[in-house]
Design a protein around this ligand. Structure first.
Ligand SMILES: Cc1ncc(COP(=O)(O)O)c(C=O)c1O
Length: 362
């Protein structure tokens, strides 16, 4: 079997695969009501929140768009804290819907500087919301979200968080860290296939929703809330992905969230130690290196695409390359969801063989 070690979609355990092979059910019927109630309650536990949580059928990007169109109006000023490709995407969505985006960009590979966030909020009192990526998958960096949240809340701003590759894998207590909207995706640490964006919505976000005038229909949180009361979703949901989540969330709760988080930390440490033992360097500032994806700087002479091709064809291991300006400059090992230290040891052993074949001289 191929070892899929990209940062999403991630491998799905057999129990989850089995849950997906069943017949369709009526999404307006009693059985679906029971399933959605249970899955939503389990998601709330894993989000560490008492806020509303909705499953929206779509990918993570749809959830990012939902966060924006449900809380903002054209012309609103937003501070975009960006440390990579997904931070840029969040800003672009806000801009497309007419927000006035104030960019606060940091060098790719580094985390956001909280003092700079504070200064930006101080300099522009009319900022309404802060957009931030918790875990920047494109660079393998995890922001200090607790501190960024403190800064945003000191200035009484809405906090919209792309937690797509962090929630369920890294510690993110949504309520303690005052996230007004936190977004994740089923294909990341949740051990389920793509198909759902899961979002939490705070009472402050609901107050913003009442005044928000960006166009919205499919993503309207008010529709999601009123249908959820009846055990339904407003539109036909990705039923199969919900079947999958109904099992994978039980598995996560059985393992226990603290243990899931600790496992991700151990696996990530194994990845970092392993790549360094091969003579490679991390791309990310190690203080902020992500526990869900490790980005490795491509050394001189290494042909990243050739390396990935040999890994796939001869070792059945699939790694990710770099995105946008990092194409050819880094490669990434995804280690979120259904992953153990042994999986990473296999990747490191294969890399040891393949790196010299792809031009690396240590
Ligand atoms: C941090 C982050 N944001 C946004 C996205 C986009 O999610 P999707 O591809 O599900 O739309 C991803 C997916 O890789 C991600 O890792």
């Amino acid at each position: 079997m191929e070892q899929l070690r990209i940062p999403g979609p991630t491998p799905v355990p057999d129990e989850v695969l089995k849950a997906m092979s069943r017949q369709m059910i009526n999404h307006r019927g009693e059985e679906f009501w029971q399933i959605i109630d249970k899955v939503t309650a389990n998601l709330k536990q894993l989000f560490q929140t008492k806020n509303d949580v909705f499953m929206l059928t779509g990918s993570g990007t749809g959830g990012m768009e939902a966060a924006i169109v449900n809380t903002l109006s054209p012309g609103d000023k937003v501070l975009s804290v960006s440390i990579g490709a997904f931070g840029e995407r969040f800003a672009t969505i806000a801009e497309q819907f007419g927000a006035e985006v104030i960019p606060l960009r940091f060098e790719w590979g580094k985390a956001a500087d909280v003092d700079a966030v504070r200064q930006a909020l101080h300099a522009e009192p009319e900022i309404k919301a802060v957009l931030v990526t918790h875990n920047e998958t494109s660079t393998g960096v995890t922001n200090d979200l607790a501190s960024i949240s403190s800064a945003a809340k000191e200035f009484d701003k809405l906090l919209l968080v792309d937690a797509i590759s962090s929630l369920g894998s890294l510690n993110l207590p949504v309520d303690n860290w005052h996230c007004d909207v936190a977004v994740t995706g089923s294909q990341k640490g949740w051990m389920a296939p793509p198909g759902l964006a899961m979002v939490s919505v705070s009472s402050e976000a609901w107050q913003a929703h009442a005044k928000a005038r960006m166009p919205r229909f499919y993503w309207d949180f008010a529709q999601a809330k009123s249908y959820l009361k009846e055990g339904q979703t407003p539109w036909t949901p990705a039923i199969t992905t919900i079947f999958a989540l109904s099992i994978s969330l039980e598995m996560m709760l059985k393992e226990g969230l603290p243990n899931v988080i600790a496992r991700h930390a151990r696996v990530a440490e194994a990845a970092r130690v392993g790549v360094k033992s091969l003579g490679l360097s991390l791309f990310a500032d190690e203080k902020y290196a992500s526990n869900t994806v490790t980005a490795i700087a491509a050394p001189d002479g290494l042909d990243v695409n050739k390396m990935r091709k040999i890994l796939r064809e001869e070792h059945q291991i699939v790694l990710a390359g770099g995105q946008q300006k990092l194409n050819g400059k880094i490669f990434r090992i995804g280690h979120l969801g259904w992953v153990t230290e042994e999986d990473i040891e296999q990747v490191i052993s294969a890399l040891k063989v393949v790196l010299p074949q792809a031009g690396f001289r240590s």
